[in-house]
Design a protein around this ligand. Sequence first.
Ligand code: 2HA
Ligand code: ZN
Length: 273
Amino acid sequence: MKVLEAKFVKDFCKMCDDGYSMGWHERNGGNLSYRIKHEEAESIKDDLNGFGDWKPIGTTVPNLAGECFLVTGSGKYFANIKADPESNIGIISVDDKGENYKVLWGLKNNARPTSELPTHLMNHEVKKQSTDGKYRVIYHAHPVNLIALTFVLPLDDKTFTRELWETMTECPVIFPSGVGVVPWMVPGGRDIALATVEKMKEYDVAVWAHHGLFASGEDFDLTFGLMHTVEKASEVLVKILSMTDRRRQTITSDDFRNLAKDFNITIPEKFLK
Ligand code: 2HA
Ligand code: ZN
């Protein structure tokens, strides 16, 4: 089968286009990666080219040795992916030490994988281990309201988690472990990747202060839905904070405990003051 005929490639392109339509991907903002299943890689193997050069990832991910990923390209615009996937996204494989990658398809004209490749792969490594291989998607976007909140809320996990949970009843059901917050850091390198991974060990969502959001999930729908929910909650919170600094009522800690019981979810007590 041709790469462009594979369902996971079509779904990947659709998610990029949906994110662009939401306004989360100005210019070359944001990036997406997907850990390809063995049977999916097998189904397109005749359309892959194994002769490229190995290039350094910029970090070491031994638990991803031999894995293949579909990734967005560095400097590429989400707006252009639907019309020309081969120039803007690509399939890479990781070597047997987890130190180098090579391009097997796409990223035409020597384009490179996303500048956030170290963060993506290190997050994949952590999530692959902690979810027994279930999580396959890492998504980074620049949603407006979430970014705005990083200028007014204290940059700690508890404040962000509680404030976002209280805006919409379904939030704790959709991100029950909460939200991690990474302070402002230089993007693109190993240091911000390490800081993000520390948060991703505990959460499925990590805020990058004054920059954007990372989300991780099992498949494209769940990961996009997570990004969407966090951004919608952020929009509600921006509206509340724009109206008043005093709320008449909100969802209480006991409300969250009751919700957790009925929805069969575990909510960390540290977020229920
Ligand atoms: O330009 O979003 O964080 C891509 C990015 C870098
Ligand atoms: Zn970014």
